[in-house]
Design a binder for this molecule. Structure first.
Ligand SMILES: O=C(O)COP(=O)(O)O
Ligand SMILES: [Mg+2]
Length: 235
């Protein structure tokens, strides 16, 4: 197996990419909205609500009710969100079909894995623990791990540096994500990106401009092989 610093690395987004968490995320949002005397939002709205972290999710839930989000109210609801969602984080949430088989296949070929998510870091660990996935990842970096988050490149490059060390660079790292924030972070960091078509986005993934789109985790191997070939051709 090659030296750690040059081992290839898959960096996964979490919500809508590795795990289908829509019911639990929207369930917590709706519990909070109803508690505030507001209307719940339909689960189908997940595509235009999730992707920029819990705070933005709460703001969008308030706006969907025609309420301008005041910072103090968002702070209070964010604290409630952490508790309620933390207690219900894996009621319905499961990995997408084929995730574990794909991880097995890449791991057997020497790949390492990391998570770069806008979900708060503690909740990300809690969810991965509940699903028995934590040990698969060499780094789990949430929306509050660094001073910036996706779509900022530094969230992705910081995640890669956690795995490889500060000086190793981004060669042979590939991002896998479901939203605009993922594609933009990857582009900003000059890292190739696989877009999944089954996650949470208000625009079709193909329109967000990833290098390649997959419809199922079974297609990830060939998609990554194609990107690796292209990168080698370019080097
Ligand atoms: O919590 C969110 O809004 C999004 O999380 P993600 O970055 O894992 O998609
Ligand atoms: Mg996502």
């Amino acid at each position: 197996m090659p030296h750690d610093a040059v081992r290839p690395l898959l960096v996964f987004d979490l919500d809508g990419t590795l795990v289908d968490s829509a019911l639990d995320l929207m369930g917590t949002l709706n519990a909070l909205l109803v508690r505030e005397g507001l209307l719940p939002v339909p689960v189908e709205a997940v595509g235009r609500m999730v992707g920029l972290g819990a705070r933005v999710l709460i703001e969008r839930g308030l706006r969907a009710n025609g309420v301008e989000p005041e910072p103090a109210r968002v702070d209070r609801l964010f604290a409630d969100f952490l508790v309620h969602y933390g207690d219900n984080i894996a009621v319905s949430t499961r990995p997408y079909p084929g995730v574990e088989a794909a991880l097995d296949r890449f791991a057997a070929a020497g790949w390492r894995f990391a998570i770069c998510t806008n979900k708060p870091e503690a909740l990300s660990f809690k969810l991965l623990d509940a699903l028995g996935l934590t040990s698969r990842f060499d780094a789990v970096c949430g929306g509050d791990t660094f001073p910036v988050r996706k779509p900022d490149a530094a969230h992705l490059t910081g995640t890669i540096a956690r795995v490889r060390g500060e000086t190793a660079g981004t060669a042979r790292a590939i991002m896998v994500g479901d939203s605009h924030a993922d594609v933009a972070a990857a582009r900003n960091a000059a890292v190739p990106v696989v877009g999944v078509s089954f996650g949470y986005t208000d625009k079709p993934m193909a329109e967000l401009g990833p290098d390649v789109v997959i419809d199922h985790f079974d297609a990830l191997w060939d998609a990554v092989a194609g990107l690796e070939k292209r990168e080698i051709g370019r080097a």
